[in-house]
Write a protein that binds this ligand. Sequence first.
Ligand SMILES: NC(=O)c1ccc[n+]([C@@H]2O[C@H](COP(=O)([O-])OP(=O)(O)OC[C@H]3O[C@@H](n4cnc5c(N)ncnc54)[C@H](O)[C@@H]3O)[C@@H](O)[C@H]2O)c1
Length: 389
Amino acid sequence: MKTRKGGCVGVPWISVDSLRVFVPSWLTLSELEISEMAKLWRCAVIGTSTVGHTHVKVLSQLENTKLVAVCDLNPEKAKAALERHGVTGIPIYKDQTEMHAKHELDCINLATPSGVHMQSALIAFEHNVNVIVEKPLEIRIDRIDRMIDSAKKHNVKLAYISQNRWQEANRALRQASEENRFGRVAYAACFTPWYRPDDYYLAGGWRGTWAFDGGGAIMNQSVHAIDLLQWIAGPVARVSAYAASRIHAKIEVEDTMSASLRFQSGAFGSIMGTTAMYPGSPVRIEIGGENGTAVSEAGLKVYKFRDERPADKELQDRINASAAGQSRGAGAAADIGLDLHARNITAILAAWDEGKDAETSGEEGRKSVAIINALYESARHDGAAVDVG
Ligand SMILES: NC(=O)c1ccc[n+]([C@@H]2O[C@H](COP(=O)([O-])OP(=O)(O)OC[C@H]3O[C@@H](n4cnc5c(N)ncnc54)[C@H](O)[C@@H]3O)[C@@H](O)[C@H]2O)c1
C-alpha cells in the first residue's frame, strides 16, 4: 500500500484526465518515460461520521485516489471529518444527486446507516460510478441482489469493506484452509464478545433498529467475524439460533446471540455475538480438524499442524508481536484503526484497475448477510433449524 505521505514525498505527478503519471525529476517532458502509470480514482464519501471519517482520511492519502467531494445529510459531520484529517478545499453536499451533477466521479465510498446503503448505491450506479460499501453490504438479500444487478447493468463494480480480512492472523487461517492443512474439518466458529454502552445505541438514531441496522450484535458487529468464518471454513448450510437483548432495554433487536451451524462440508460450528459483555474482548475465530487447529484471537493464538513447518512458528511469532495490544472494536465502534481500511480499499482498487471483481465483491458480501438472515429467522422460531438461502 502506498500513500502520498509514505514514500512519494516530493515526487512530481502530472494528471492526465483520470490517469496519474509518475515523472522522475531528471527527465524532461520530451524524454518522458512512463515508469509507473495507474488510474487515479476520483472518489467521494457519503456518510462521514463514526467510520466515514476513516474513508475521508484514507482517500485523501492513498496515491491513486483523489477525494473530490463529501456528502452527508448533516454537513457538520462532513466538516468535522475534513477538519479532523486536515483536508481542505473539498466541497460538502447534503444531496447525493447534486454531487453527481457537479463532479465526475469514479467511486463512491458509502458509510451511511446499513439499511440505506442500497438507495445511495443505486443512485451512484445510475451515474455509472463504482461503489465501495461499508459492512454489511445491506441488511436484506433482495436489496443486495438489486445492487449486484444494477452494478452489472451499468457496467460498474460493487465491493464492500471487511477490513479484518487484511489482519495477518485471519489471512493465515484462510491460507492454511486453502492449502487443506486442516484436513477434514471437524469444527469452525467465531465469537464476538463485545460491549457497547446504551449511548452507542442512542447516537445516530438508527442503531439497534430492524429498519436501519437490520438487527443488533449479529448484523452490525458479528458480521465482521461471520464474513471471516465463511471465508475461512466455507459455506454454511444450516443454522439454529437463540437471541435476545440481555442488557440493552431500549433496543428492539438482539444484543446477544448463540447459534449452532452445519457447514456444507459437513463440519459443525458455532457463532456467538454480543454487545453485552463489559468491557469487550477480542474476536476469536477457530477452525480445526484431522490435521491441524488454528485460532485467531488478538494475534495467531494457535497454529498447529501435523505437517509442522519451520515457517509456522516464525509466522506466529511475527504476527503476535505486531498484534499486541490491538482491540479492534471490542469496546467502542470508533476503535478500529485506519491501516486495515487502507489495505482493503487498496486491494479493491487494484482488482478494479485490472478489470476484475474485488475479493470483497458484492457476491461475496451477500454470503454473510444470507447467513445472518437465516440466524434471525431461526431465532424468531426459538432455534428451529433454518437453511441458509
Ligand atoms: N468497518 C467497520 O469497522 C465499521 C465500523 C463502524 C460502522 N461501520 C458501518 O458503517 C456504516 C455507518 O456506520 P456509522 O457507525 O459510521 O454511522 P454514523 O451514524 O456514525 O454515521 C452515519 C452518517 O451518515 C449520515 N447519513 C445518514 N443517511 C444519509 C444519507 N441518506 N445520505 C448522506 N448521509 C447520510 C449521517 O448524518 C451520519 O453522519 C454502517 O453500515 C456500519 O455498519 C463499519
